[in-house]
Design a protein around this ligand. Sequence first.
Ligand code: NDP
Length: 275
Amino acid sequence: MADVRFPDGVVVPSLGQGTWHMGEGGDPRAEADALRLGLDLGLTLIDTAEMYAEGGAEEVVGEAIAGRRDQVFLVSKVYPHNASARKLPVALAASLKRLRVERIDLYLLHWRGSVPLAETVQAMEAARAKGQIARWGVSNLDVADLRALGPALADCATDQVLWNLEARGPEFDLLPFCAERGMPVMAYSPLGQGGALLRHRALRAVAARHGVAPAQAALAFVLARPGVIAIPKASDPAHLRANVAARDLRLTAEDMAELDRAFPPPSRKQPLEMI
Ligand code: NDP
């Protein structure tokens, strides 16, 4: 599997695990088991957020990684309304407690809210100086928002955005912008949340040519781009195994042409979509 390198030199696998909707009333033991299976299969980057089940997903992650913290690259996110100088340290302490760790590897501003970006950056840097986070980044920021970070952009480790076959806008400007700066992008909802995308005729045709499932073809599309980390969420062990196998799938020029016809790439700027 291709790896992705952060600007500070740390390398992570390009396929990780999402956790949205975990801790929401499903069986938390089964969800933790799924995350552990993912770790066993090499999906060592886990993405979560204080928002998911209002801390419930972080608790599932904490349970899953207990005793194997060293094997995990842990990503969590702060709500925009908690991203101030006063509130970020409180939110971060609560996340650390739920995750049962002393440090988060990558802490993201979940989306841009009313707290000035400069204040959030300062709070992130203070947490980094204390060793509570190893690096920080952002999510759902379009190119203009990234530019608004000013010189701090050089210290921003990633932008986590919606990018999949149904939402290709970032290919026009955001992905090249980040690539030029050596900043990895995290692609969320790479399977279109398991919805209509996976039933699309063109995707099914491409998958059938390779004898794989549509989800695997959708993942291969995202993983084909260097510097992108895909974070599908899978609680079903069969889904996890399929996603891991998708790392070895290489789409052909014919596949890409068919996908381009069905899901046209952007020919002009499109505002960043978010879920
Ligand atoms: P995904 O595109 O990852 O889709 C998840 C759905 O697809 C689940 O229902 C899952 O089912 C199903 N699935 C997984 N693998 C397969 C497979 N091989 N075949 C068929 N179905 C499959 O959607 P998410 O919205 O969950 O996005 C992924 C992660 O990105 C989130 O969990 C979260 O961590 C992050 N995210 C971040 C956002 C942000 O604002 N920063 C916004 C949205 C997501 P099952 O669970 O039953 O296996």
